[in-house]
Unconditional design. Structure first.
Length: 303
């Protein structure tokens, strides 16, 4: 019997990033909307969000899946800072938090210009410690992934937060729905997904690239467009390739913006991250399930 292909190779460069014999493994199923995977190399564990179920889950190779935090304030995207502390976007409280080493949760940002944020969605930390996050309205559109509310912000912005001073700056204000974000390995480029097409086909389904200059964004341009579904979470590898969530799986783009291949996933993909001891295992949050697949690429994000 013919096997369903799990890869689409659009460019020979992609053939060097995948393991031909590797298979997509389903590690867990039972989420309502899986999001925000973050790898803890020191604990050999993956943590991710199940947004509508108000919980965060943990997977380890030895122990399988357990509850990491519940209730989770409808947490969505996560990352870790340079000290290894968990940084989280919460829809329910409309804030960005840091989980301290003692387990307490501290608010880092909840308002801009004296008005509440919409619903922080995804977050990355730069090597200088600054925290960059997106603030679309998904978490306040209904009571399913947060609490329904009218936006107080005029825009759906991308922000840079200095956690030392608390200074919050809007670094991009012209997105429809900014979503996943990732730095190039040398941090000279910030990629940001615009998933506006989630609710209106005429709106963007692309990833923009910006030059990062003195903590600001410049020279914004469309880097890539997703041909199936929308871009949500994105990551880069150490060679500068960009791996994006999409409706039919994971799409991989070379640094020149050419889509070089796809990994097909049976459910809509919301987010992904590289993990495992060698950061060569792609963990994929896809609707009800968490999947994983080994690749030859190495994730760029730290720690
Ligand atoms: Mg997202």
């Amino acid at each position: 019997m013919a096997r369903e292909p799990i890869y689409e190779i659009d460019d020979p460069r992609f053939a060097h990033l995948i393991v031909g014999s590797a298979r997509l493994e389903e590690l867990y199923s039972g989420c309502r909307w899986a999001e925000g995977p973050v790898w803890f190399s020191d604990a050999n564990q993956l943590v991710w969000s199940d947004i509508p179920n108000q919980r965060m889950l943990r997977w380890t190779p030895e122990g399988g899946v357990s509850v990491f935090r519940q209730p989770s304030s409808f947490a969505n995207g996560h990352t870790r800072d340079r000290q290894g502390r968990l940084i989280s976007c919460e829809h329910g409280t409309r804030r960005v938090t840091r989980t301290e080493i003692d387990g307490s949760i501290r608010t880092l940002a909840e308002s801009f210009d004296g008005r509440r944020l919409n619903s922080p969605n995804d977050v990355v930390v730069r090597s200088d410690g600054t925290i960059w996050f997106t603030d679309p309205t998904y978490g306040i559109l209904s009571d399913y992934e947060g609490y329904r509310a009218e936006p107080e912000q005029e825009g759906r912005n991308v922000y840079r937060l200095d956690p030392e001073t608390g200074e919050l700056a809007a670094v991009a204000t012209d997105f429809n729905q900014p979503n996943g974000l990732a730095f190039s390995p040398d941090e000279t480029i910030l990629y940001v997904a615009d998933s506006g097409a989630s609710h209106d086909d005429a709106l963007p389904r692309h990833i923009r690239a910006f030059d990062v200059v003195d903590g600001r964004l410049a020279n914004g341009r469309v880097f890539a467009t997703i041909d199936k579904g929308i871009p949500d979470g994105i990551r880069t590898d150490t060679a500068g390739n960009l791996w994006s969530s999409a409706g039919d799986g994971v799409h991989c783009f070379a640094p020149d913006g050419v889509r070089i291949g796809k990994i097909f996933v049976p459910q809509t993909v919301a987010n992904l991250t590289f993990g495992g001891p060698r950061r060569n295992r792609l963990f994929i949050a896809a609707t009800t399930s968490l999947y994983a697949i080994y690749v030859t690429a190495t994730g760029a994000q730290v720690p």
